[in-house]
Design a protein around this ligand. Sequence first.
Ligand code: ADP
Length: 645
Amino acid sequence: MKRIFRTILFLFMLGAGTCTFASVGQSDSLLKRWQAIKDTAHDTVKIELLRELGRQIKYSNPDSAIQFLSIALDLAEKNNLQNEKAHVISRMGGAKYVKGEYDFALEYFLEALSIWEEIDNKKGIAIGLNNIGLIQNMQEKTGKAIHNHLQSIELCKENKDTLLWAINVHNLGIAYNTAGSYDTALIYADSSIKLYRSIGRPLEAVIVYNLKGEIFINKGEYDKAIENNLSIINHPDYNNKWEICYALANLAEAEKHLGHHEKSIEYAMRSFKLALEIGAKWDIQKVTGILAEVYSLLKNWEEAYRFLAIHKAYSDSIFNEEKEKEINYLQLQRKHEENELLAAENQLHEQRIERKNVVIYGVISGVLLLSLIVFVLYRNNFLKTRLNRELKKTSETIADKNRKLTELNATKDRLFRIISHDLKGPVSNIVSFTDLLKENYIEFDKQTIKDIILSMNKTSKEGLRLLDNLLDWVRSQTGALALHCAHINLMELTMEVIELLITAASAKNIKFDHSIPENLHVYADKNMTAAILRNLISNAIKYTPEGGNIKLEAWPDASSSKVEIAVSDNGIGIKKENLKTIFDLDEQRTTPGTNNEKGTGLGLIICKEFVEKQGGTIWVESEEGKGSKFTFTLPHGSAQYTESY
Ligand code: ADP
């Protein structure tokens, strides 16, 4: 291990002291004062006195210093005086440092620093950083030591603490010397001397000569080294045994290099005695090393071996590996504590974030839950509305089906009525006529027979018409009646129908009057259209008395692409109350014709059915006693496409 300088300890102790160089007399008087006040004074007064006592005697009697400082520590703890406590602990570290017990020293320094950090005492933190730098320098971790001293200097500037600033500059010189940067070390040494002097601390400046002496030894400039070290031991006001011990060791080293062995031994022995006196292990090991070397140079093997054994024993006790490990361990522990602190802070931070997250998640969950509820309610409402709509539709369908069923029922009833009554009538009549003829054929004259045959013919025709209507209507109801549309000449078709009915019209002396354009065409089913015309014309004949008139008209309606066809008569007309329901199946009632012609009550229903099937409409205008006009529409046809029939 390289030679390390420990003058720094003295320097760092200055940071908290008021009187740097205490004489034996001074410390004695402090001891007496302590004896006088120890049972009566206030704790703070006692602490202050003990701290000063510890500072003064630590170089001559570090063990006693530690004892007095321990009392001060108890008092500071009892009164919970944190800053005082840190100062006392720091000073105890200093006493341990003098003794060369660097591991304990570091432990105390770290503890003091952590208190200062806790109470955010900037002055204390600056002292602590300087002290840690000392130990790091002892471990030759000069980079770290320099860093801590520079940090301490920053705080000193902030605190306007020039003394500690000077101490740090001095210690930087030591660190650079340890690192082998001798010229830089000299610059720092001289700077610190200037700084000490600038604040009226000339005796502190003297200590720097120890460093300078050391630097010159390292540079091989032994005369300069001797000159600097002598200025310490010859100084009239300088009485620090520890520093003098160090200066003497340096002188011994320099003289050894110059070959002045006797002189070297003389300085070394003086240093050795002082080191033993104050129990400074580091100094003992240093100076015994020099002595062993000089004696070996003198070939005095016995003495050389004796001092080498002492040197070895002290070296081991200071620098053995265990100690190194311990020091490192303490540093690690500090790091660990720092980490724990950081981890605790981190945990707190995380807890805060977690709490925040819980709130955020809570709000998000609330919003989601609310959205879900709104969604479910909306969906329920939507489904309900849809269900209602479907229900309404279903009930409408049911109502429609009901209506159709009712209609079907009415159809069925009407059908039975027609078959059982209306159709039975003509057939029974014919049977009666034929019975009459069968039984009275011989007695009846020709005219009577002819009348009976004519009546039979008329009844058969009525029956046939009824059957035709019945069949047409049944076919239309069962869907068996398919549409076969074609372009039909309306006038031609009307004439055909009139021809079939002309006998009935002539029997009542009814005249036809038609104004249907010759070229007017409808696009319709011929059979259906003929059935419509047949029913309307035959009704007109039926409900028009003798000598009446029937008018047939048709005209195209340009606005609707339809043809309107009207059948009017000047017959008996229809009662107002019957007009509205005249096309309704269930309301259908029949009235006899003017010649008591029988009706079926199916004709108008068939007309309506057939007109609507072909896309048209039918309506009636009538006045009782004046006549009726039935009008219906059919799609307009074209002559171009007319089929011949
Ligand atoms: P029907 O003539 O066989 O009774 P319709 O369905 O053809 O059956 O007519 C129903 C009823 O409408 C008739 O019974 C009659 O009361 C009335 N009606 C129809 N056409 C006329 C008309 N031209 N003049 C007066 N009443 C009519």
